[in-house]
Structures are given as C-alpha cells and as structure tokens.
Write a protein that binds this ligand. Structure first.
Ligand SMILES: Nc1ncnc2c1ncn2[C@@H]1O[C@H](COP(=O)(O)OP(=O)(O)OP(=O)(O)O)[C@@H](O)[C@H]1O
Length: 244
C-alpha cells in the first residue's frame, strides 16, 4: 500500500490579474521521493514552488505540505521545510562558518547543535580548510553543495530546490546529485525544478508543466515508454509540439 502523501496538491490555482500562472494543479508527492518539476521558462514552476513553501497564497484550490494547508498554516510549513534558490541563498560577505551559524540560528537550532552539525557538514563535504573563507571567493560548485547542506541543516521533512544546478559544470552537478540521493536515503523528500532534461532522468517521478498546466506525471521510464521516446527531452519536445 502506498504511504500517505507528504505533499498533496488539489486544484491549486494562481492568477496574477487575468493571467493564470498555475491552472488547477493536482498531484501528490510521497515521503522520500525525488520529485522533479520540469517546464520551459514561464511554465509556472517557481510560482507553484513558492506556494508550496508557504511564501505565496493560491487564488484557488489548496495544497497540504507535511500535513499543513498552504492557505491556513504557512508558518508551520516554513518550520518543516528547507529551501534553496537559484542563487544558492548564501551571504557573499560572510565566511563559510558564519553562513552555517547564521542559518542555524534562523532555523532556531541550539548553539550546541549548530556547532555539532557544522563540524559534521564541513567533514562530509571535505571543506574544513575553507571554513574561514568568505563565500564570494569560494568556487561555485562548493557554494552550491554548501547551500544545499545548509538548507537541510535543521533536518526538514522536505527540501525544495529551485533550479539548484544552474551555472555549474557537469562534474559539480554530478557531485551535487550524490548529495541529493544521500538526503533522500535519509528520508528527506526532495522537490526540485530544473531546465536540464537529463537531470529529470535521475528523479523517481517527473511532472512536466506547460503554460501553467500539468501535461504529464510519471516515472522517467514510464514517460519514455508511453510516449515512445528515447529520452525525457524527447518526451518534453513531443508534449510541447502537441500543444502547438
Ligand atoms: N508576481 C507576478 N506578477 C505577474 N506575473 C507573474 C508574477 N510571478 C510570475 N508571473 C508570471 O507567471 C508565469 C510563470 O512564472 P514562473 O516564474 O512560475 O515560471 P517558471 O516555470 O518558474 O519559469 P523560469 O524557469 O523562467 O523560472 C510567467 O509568465 C511570469 O511572468
């Protein structure tokens, strides 16, 4: 039997004036899943993710994240999730260590827990030697891994990643995916948006959006099989053509 969803989205709609950015989205995400949200620029991915993070309210429908309604309990949601934006959300003028301590404080962790988790994080990423370096001088690939590790410092049940792999080279992206798998193995649900079609194939399930609507949602293998394609990129192109 399938477990209870950790994210349950029902007819979620977001309008900006007369423009519909999210049109009656309905889907579930299950605990420990790596769930990819795929779509071209402007498809409505960030808009939906911001609502699921409790940062914006829907204009219709509702969604439950870790059991809490995005309409009624956004503060409870914020405490239970991690979030990493395209810009990695780190303070450029602070050192690696200062960023970890700062976010630990924001998450409400006790000083002792922050110190323990910081040492654990620096060891795991192998970056003890750059702990006093300011972020601006840290290479992008390291910054990205650090930002992700900080986003899960408080052990959230879900981590939301908004195009986290933009602007980094393929080797760094591969290392980053190892961190994502490790988090999922530890029971953290991973919800992320991407433009990179090859990354979609690393997900447990992929949701493809076009113009604010869900046009496909399944495992990468099933999507490829049912659409008689060789890759997710081919599926995406086929679905986009069908709408023209
Ligand atoms: N605050 C806003 N006011 C008006 N329109 C908005 C607002 N935020 C987003 N939009 C519009 O909603 C649509 C969806 O935007 P969104 O950022 O969710 O797309 P996306 O799929 O995340 O694209 P990208 O990959 O470029 O980030 C776009 O046409 C955008 O211009």
């Amino acid at each position: 039997m399938q477990s209870e969803p950790i994210i349950s989205v029902k007819n979620l709609t977001k309008k900006f004036g007369h423009f519909t950015a999210n049109d009656a989205l309905t889907f579930n995400v299950y605990p420990g899943e790596i769930f990819g949200f795929l779509g071209a620029n402007g498809a409505g991915k960030t808009t939906a993710m911001r609502i699921l993070c409790g940062l914006s309210k829907p204009t219709g429908g509702d969604a439950y994240v870790a059991g809490y309604s995005v309409k009624k309990s956004s503060e409870a949601i914020k405490k239970r999730i991690g979030y990493m934006s395209q810009k990695f959300s780190l303070y450029e003028d602070l050192t690696v260590e200062e960023n970890i301590r700062f976010y630990g404080g924001i998450y409400g962790l006790k000083r002792k827990d922050i110190m323990n988790r910081m040492e654990e994080l620096l060891d795991r990423l192998g970056i003890q030697s750059i702990r006093h370096q300011i972020i601006r001088s840290v290479p992008t690939g390291w910054r990205q891994k650090l930002a992700f590790s900080i986003a899960i410092l408080h052990k959230p049940v879900i981590v939301f990643l908004d195009e986290p792999t933009g602007g980094v080279d393929p080797a760094a992206r591969r290392q980053f995916w190892e961190l994502i798998y490790e988090a999922a193995d530890n029971g953290i649900t991973v919800f992320f948006t991407t433009h990179y079609m090859d990354e979609a194939e690393y997900c447990d399930r992929v949701c493809i959006m076009t113009e604010g609507r869900i046009v496909a949602l399944d495992t990468p293998d099933n999507l490829i099989k049912w659409h008689q394609c060789n890759t997710i990129e081919d599926v995406f192109i086929k679905l986009a053509r069908n709408r023209e």
